[in-house]
Design a protein around this ligand. Sequence first.
Ligand SMILES: [Zn+2]
Length: 339
Amino acid sequence: MTEAVFSAPWLKALYRELNQFAAHTQSPVLVHGQQRRGLLSVANQWAAFRLCEQPVGDQACEHCAACHMRQGGNHPDLQVLCPQSVSLEMGFPLELKTGTKPSQEIRVDDVRQLQSFLHTASSRGHERIVLVYPFDALNLNAANALLKILEEPGEGLRFVLIGHKPEHLLPTIRSRCQSLAATEPDYKEAVTWLKGLSVAEPEVAFSLAMNDPFDALDLSNNQIDQLGLRKKWVDWLVSPEQQNQLPAGLEKMGFPVAVELAQRVCADLSAVCQGGTVEVFPWLAPRVLWAKRISLQSLSRVFALLTRQSAIAEHPLNPRLALEFVAQEWHNQLVKTQS
Ligand SMILES: [Zn+2]
């Protein structure tokens, strides 16, 4: 997946921007975007380049002593401030008391652990870098502690904060940072990229992955059964003639996924119903023309039902029954009521 991340054109562009940005400011940089994956990889790639002792163009060489230390996770001038759960995912060494769950938040203790790093000079004569990821996970106390550090950063110390919703960050932290918004790939760019990585039916995979290109790649390469289930469900939703029976095993896709896909199909049906174009599942366009005969009122009712279901979707008592209920309502409202 890592190599795939670096081949994504929208992330390459972000990397170039971050490089230019950081070259012109010593302020902390706030890298933010909706995309779940890739932002941290870009920040890591940038840190690697800055710490590398024999960089090649705008990239780390991956062979010098500094690169070796970073690859081993023990470069003395690089720190990642993240929740314990993210530490575990990234394979950092972490000591947890037996019986305790890894924290999902960045806590004030995590920020305090940075103190000794902040007050020692660079070990390798370069700058020192702190990556904060995701900044969304900072709890209030941790955010306040971080603010104090940002107010008086030590010499040669660089901060990059990476996350998704800067509007939820303390305004006093936000105002100290230079903000860099990551653009999301558009449909065409993502599909072209997936095609280049030999994904079969890239349009289908992309939309069934809720327009997340990395999830689309993962579904196609590693979760072909899950991809098949999602396709079957969407196929059922747009086929009134098949709706006398819900295929067996569909619930294995997971109820939250099923509800989200239904919401997306509903958006397309609603567009067609109002004379617009199909945007979420363009490859389904010829198969949703029947939506012209649905009343907007029925679509609104289904939409409201799906919104209610999505609020409780994480914990259905019986996934099969929950899915059958949604399917039944879908059919009653959208197919039976057609004019
Ligand atoms: Zn190097």
